[in-house]
Design a protein. Structure first.
Length: 318
């Protein structure tokens, strides 16, 4: 598009000054109206695209907070307060650890689901270069789940259509089992189930953004408007630069390039922000978020061999 802008700028000067086609000079008022309308349209698209990106970050921020709440509440609620025959503390700790570890497994499964490519995500050369240069996930999903789920649960998750949803259901069934065993009462079960319901809601919101493409009419139409504006722009600026003198007419080319660059940068910014889970450098850093939650929850369990927090590479947090 920048090259096209350079060509149209040179063409406008050539036909105006060397062919003498003075009529190609478009009055600035209609050009300014077209430019204003284009800027409003592109701005609207960018606001909506940024809204999707920011909503995705809010969702995973809520998942972070609820994860901490779930682990802390489970540790506080699961005990011998309501048992007729006290259960050994080692068994209680094992039940708590199973719940928290399964939750970490849920995070990894959901993260993996968000990383799957869809047909409408970007395949342009710049996006391909980013994916090639950015750090890759070193472990498969099974390797990430191995420390947290039993081999039977891992095999079971792999057979499910939506493993994250089924893991949450398994958590609910586990809470019901603990209630029957007397390790929590009904009120505590309800409180813990409310947090699991929050996970269902946030997972659904995350899946909605992932699986719903940004309306293509906005992206396509804004690009058409920008193209029309860029083609007409040098013909609209000719009259203004002629007022400065014939020798100043060549200044039209750099100014035309600058305006074109601004509009194309606005368009590109909105375009790469519309899908926050496709693995580009401005996307929501799911790996870092999941790693931070993993560290916090395992720290609550008193573990020492905690993983390191994710570090930015090339100034990018994945």
């Amino acid at each position: 598009m920048i090259l096209a802008s350079l060509c149209t700028g040179i063409l406008a000067i050539y036909v105006y000054q060397y062919l003498g086609w003075k009529w190609v000079a478009i009055p600035w008022l209609p050009m300014s109206l077209i430019g204003t309308a284009t800027a409003f349209y592109v701005g609207f698209k960018n606001n909506q695209a940024y809204g999707r990106n920011w909503e995705a970050r809010i969702i995973w921020g809520a998942i972070t907070n609820s994860s901490r709440s779930f682990a802390a509440t489970a540790r506080a609620y699961i005990n011998n307060d309501f048992t007729t025959q006290p259960v050994p503390q080692t068994e209680i700790d094992r039940e708590i650890r199973t719940l928290i570890y399964r939750h970490i497994g849920w995070l990894h499964v959901l993260k993996y689901a968000m990383a799957q490519r869809t047909s409408w995500e970007h395949e342009d050369s710049a996006s391909k270069r980013q994916r090639k240069a950015l750090p890759k996930e070193k472990q498969s999903l099974e390797e990430q789940l191995t420390p947290y789920l039993s081999p039977e649960e891992i095999a079971w998750v792999k057979t499910r259509k939506n493993g994250a949803t089924q893991l949450l259901d398994k958590q609910s069934q586990h809470l019901a089992q603990l209630t029957r065993a007397g390790l929590i009462n009904t009120l505590r079960q309800i409180e813990l189930q409310k947090i699991i319901n929050d996970f269902y809601n946030e997972q659904g919101r995350s899946e909605r953004i992932k699986n719903t493409p940004f309306p293509r009419q906005y992206a396509t139409t804004s690009l058409i408007y920008i193209f029309i504006f860029i083609v007409l722009l040098p013909f609209g600026m000719i009259g203004e630069f002629v007022k400065l003198g014939e020798t100043m007419l060549w200044l039209l080319i750099p100014f035309n390039l600058v305006v074109t660059w601004v509009f194309m940068l606005m368009e590109y910014t909105g375009d790469v922000s519309e899908n926050p889970f496709e693995g580009l450098l401005n996307d929501v850093p799911l790996r870092s978020i999941v790693r931070n939650i993993e560290i916090d929850l395992r720290d609550m369990l008193g573990e020492d061999n905690l993983p390191e927090r994710a570090q930015a590479k090339f100034g990018i947090l994945m």
